[in-house]
Design a protein around this ligand. Structure first.
Ligand SMILES: Cc1cc2nc3c(=O)[nH]c(=O)nc-3n(C[C@H](O)[C@H](O)[C@H](O)COP(=O)(O)OP(=O)(O)OC[C@H]3O[C@@H](n4cnc5c(N)ncnc54)[C@H](O)[C@@H]3O)c2cc1C
Length: 390
């Protein structure tokens, strides 16, 4: 490795980190020594998780080793970041090494704080990672085997959380699943939303709430979960409402990663403060944050991490090649995000939006074609999006 090359360090080998690494590895190999640090061996395609509650298939198709999807010009370190010294431009790793950098990209995603809601660990199931899927599958099998139905509650512990449509997908697919198992008539389905509607984008929400009414799903708005009472099988909200459950499925509370807490670049929940269009920290302009780790007014989603990664990598390439000064990077991110939303086990909608534009009209038509896109999108993810070419 050459001494005169700039050092770019990327933290996190998930969607955002891998895309930045691939673009820099291809486009700035002469100007930069690029290192990607990830504590996980694999990169996951999480968009399949809600669907995977309902099939018995292995989850192996959802991940690939980070090394196999990252450009060979990038050094991949399997290590855990335990601290940052932003004034000395240095990253502390759990192996005891310190990594110096000229430019830093933080793409370490979100951490699930299972202790964030009393009773959560004892009572709530979720589908936000592989372990969650394994447990929820068992709980659902037991629910079906019992055959008595009851109250199935799907909710959100706290805001913000990854993929705002994932709990909606969960409730729509659950409704279809229960019909298939002939348990729908015996089961009340409840959806707890912490905001005043089922979904935050008003135009899209109209279509979502129509589906709630058609499918007879009880929508509880402004339900901010405070405590889960395992003894009474009741969830209590901050507003004082109580709902009984037989099966409780809840998105876990999300926070920024532990090593970021207490640094001067994060908010009280550990999300990195960055400019909404340049994705650059205003106090430390050589520090960028993308994806779930960033404090941005847009969905924490793989698609937004993808577009943010492209914007950041293009700015860094221009800086590394001397075409741009670090204090004048371009406003390259416009809030673009897309998502395919499962509306049953065999249909989906498609939302494409940005900071100022709501989703397109055609996307609201729930159909089989979007379902097939959703089902096979992981191939596009692993062989297209992650490369940074699409
Ligand atoms: C159930 C579910 C459904 C979803 N559905 C969709 C969907 O339909 N569409 C969509 O666009 N998005 C969806 N998402 C969201 C999407 O998966 C994430 O938003 C996306 O992966 C974020 O990318 P990221 O790079 O910011 O973080 P991640 O992909 O989470 O990557 C973060 C990486 O950082 C690593 N890391 C963390 N801490 C450290 C540390 N201290 N040291 C070293 N490495 C560290 C992690 O191990 C991980 O590899 C869904 C997510 C879930 C959970």
């Amino acid at each position: 490795m050459s001494e005169d090359k700039a050092k770019v360090v990327i933290l996190g080998g998930g969607t955002g980190g891998v895309i930045v690494a691939n673009l820099l590895g291809r486009k700035a190999k002469k100007q930069a020594e690029v290192t990607l640090v990830s504590k996980q061996e694999n990169v996951f395609y999480e968009a399949d998780l809600p669907y995977r509650i309902f099939d018995k298939k292995s989850l192996k198709s959802m991940y690939k080793p980070v090394r196999n999807v990252v450009n060979k010009n990038v050094e991949v370190l399997k290590d855990e970041v335990i601290g940052l010294d932003l004034d000395k431009n240095s990253v502390a790793l759990s192996s005891g090494n310190n990594l110096p950098y000229d430019y830093l990209v933080i793409a370490t995603g979100a951490h699930y704080d299972y202790d964030g809601v009393p009773g959560y660990k004892e009572e709530a199931y979720h589908y936000y990672n592989e372990e969650g899927i394994n447990e929820i599958r068992k709980a659902l099998d037991e629910f079906v085997e019992k055959g008595t139905g009851g109250n199935v509650v799907i909710g959100i512990a706290d805001l913000p959380f990854k993929c705002p449509v994932a709990p909606l997908e969960g409730v729509f697919m659950m409704e279809h699943f229960l019909r298939r198992k002939k348990l729908r008539k015996k089961t009340e389905l409840h959806y707890l939303s912490p905001i005043g509607s089922a979904f935050s984008i008003e135009k899209a929400n109209v279509h979502i709430e129509k589906k709630f009414a058609k499918k007879n799903i009880n929508l509880h708005t402004f339900f901010n979960t405070e405590t889960i009472h395992p003894d009474r099988k009741v969830i209590e909200s901050l507003e004082g409402d109580e709902i009984e459950y037989d099966l409780l499925i809840m998105v876990p509370p999300h926070r920024g990663q532990g090593f970021l807490q207490g640094t001067p670049i994060v908010d009280e929940s550990g999300w990195v403060n960055v400019n909404t269009k340049t994705l650059q920290n205003e106090t430390y302009p050589n520090v960028f944050a993308i994806g779930d780790a960033a404090n941005l007014p847009v969905s924490k989603a793989g698609s937004s991490a993808h577009y943010q990664a492209m914007a950041t990598a293009h700015n860094l390439v221009d800086v590394l090649k001397g075409k741009l000064d670090i204090s004048q990077v371009k406003e390259r991110y416009n809030g673009h995000a897309t998502c395919l939303v499962m509306t049953s086990l065999t249909s989906a909608m498609f939302f494409d939006f940005n900071y100022t534009r709501p989703p397109f009209g055609l996307g609201y038509i729930s159909n089989r074609l979007f379902y097939y896109f959703k089902k096979y999108q992981r191939f596009l993810y692993f062989y297209g999006f992650l490369s940074g070419r699409l």
